[in-house]
Ligand binder design. Structure first.
Ligand code: UDP
Length: 360
């Protein structure tokens, strides 16, 4: 029996871990102990994902949230060390690029327990992004690196990581979109249920630190979205960090033309993505989901880790200098299509990952 200890803590990790956990549950040769660090803890940022995506309840919950990056990562490191020692797994599995990811990888590597990183090799080449630091450190202390794309694999090879550690398994978010997309359709979740006409609204998300901590950037984005809203409804499910910044800076008047929602459950999010005319986002996951739904995407950042979608014409980076440029890029994206590409594998990434972990 291969024993896996999975570390999750943030919204995108619940989604990625869901498809891998389902695969583990189907396989008698492997068992899972799930640890939730507590990084995201609100009902609509955590609980709803465990319920909707049928993720097993965590065996351990560290309850660590709302601290500075260093304090949060440090406390997670300490908490995870105790749990990894007690559980003595064959593998520690970490996802993506959050503080929970790097804490899990480092705690495990220091104990000599093998670490596998899912979504390895992604790079923005912007060291001001906390996620970039987390990715680089996690990749360099992992024993197995599951990359989603050619680009991820190439980045790791360029950094000198040994080819035998790298497995290009495809993107588990593609598995998730296929599997849960069906479920969303079965439950009749759709844009119409929110009174929206399919193909006639913009769906936006904003939560990257570079866009929330810099008030000028946040203002520009809200003003750009408001300009778009003069022509097309703009739906903005708001991340708690962004909501807190808007409130602290008194920016509510810049949101009056927008339809501001609380964070959505994943199934409803997929449904709204599929009906959007354009998706405007600074999220990594949402850029790919736009492509999975063949909806044009505008990335509200000056760089992206998912460059293959820019090359293929499904995604474009918004010039972030003025709100007018942001609005024009979104409106011009409407009705565009990219090339017929398939950079994220075949939708069976979770199966390949588990097969490899058992095989190791
Ligand atoms: N998501 C969601 N509800 C929302 C906004 C996003 O379920 O209100 C999902 C989205 O569909 C994607 C994931 O959360 O699967 C992306 O997470 P996030 O944008 O927080 O992080 P990132 O991908 O940028 O790391």
């Amino acid at each position: 029996m291969t024993r896996i200890l999975t570390v999750v803590g943030a919204r995108p990790q619940f989604i990625k871990a869901a498809v891998v956990s389902h695969q583990i549950a189907k396989n008698p040769g492997v068992s899972e102990c799930l640890v939730h660090t507590g990084q995201h803890h609100d009902a609509n940022m955590s609980d709803v994902f465990f319920e909707d995506l049928a993720i097993p309840p965590p065996a351990h919950h560290l309850g660590i949230a709302g601290l500075s990056h260093g304090a949060m990562t440090g406390r997670m490191l300490e908490g995870l060390e105790g749990i990894i020692k007690a559980e003595a797994p064959d593998w520690v599995l970490v996802y993506g690029d959050t503080n929970s990811t790097v804490a899990g990888a480092l705690a495990s590597a220091k104990l000599g327990v093998p670490v596998a990183h899912i979504e390895a090799g992604l790079r923005s080449f912007n060291r001001m992004m906390p996620e970039e630091i987390n990715r680089v450190l996690t990749d360099h202390c992992s024993d197995l690196l599951f990359t989603p794309t050619d680009e991820g694999t190439a980045n790791l090879l360029r950094e000198g990581l040994p080819p035998e550690r790298i497995v290009q398994a495809g993107d588990v978010m593609f598995d998730a979109a296929l599997h849960f997309g069906k479920l969303a359709a079965e439950r009749n979740l759709s844009a119409a249920a929110r009174g929206l006409c399919s193909g006639d609204y913009v769906l936006a998300t904003v939560h990257r630190q570079e866009n929330t901590d810099d008030i000028r950037a946040l203002k520009k984005i809200l003003e750009g979205l408001s300009e778009v809203a003069m022509q097309l409804p703009v739906i903005l499910p708001l991340h708690p960090r962004t909501r807190a910044r808007i409130s602290a800076e008194g920016l509510e008047p810049l949101t009056t033309k927008l339809t501001v929602l609380d964070p959505l459950g994943y199934l409803e999010m997929i449904a709204l993505e599929s009906g959007a005319a354009v998706i405007a986002t600074d999220s990594g996951g949402v850029q790919k989901e736009a492509f999975f739904q063949r909806v044009p995407c505008v990335t509200l950042r000056t760089e992206t880790e998912w460059t293959e979608l820019v090359v293929a014409g499904w995604n474009r980076l918004a010039p972030m200098d003025t709100s007018e440029q942001i609005a024009a890029t979104i409106l011009n994206a409407r009705g565009t299509r990219g090339a017929d590409v398939a950079p994220y594998g075949d939708g069976a990434s979770a199966r390949k990952i588990i097969a490899r972990l058992i095989d190791q």
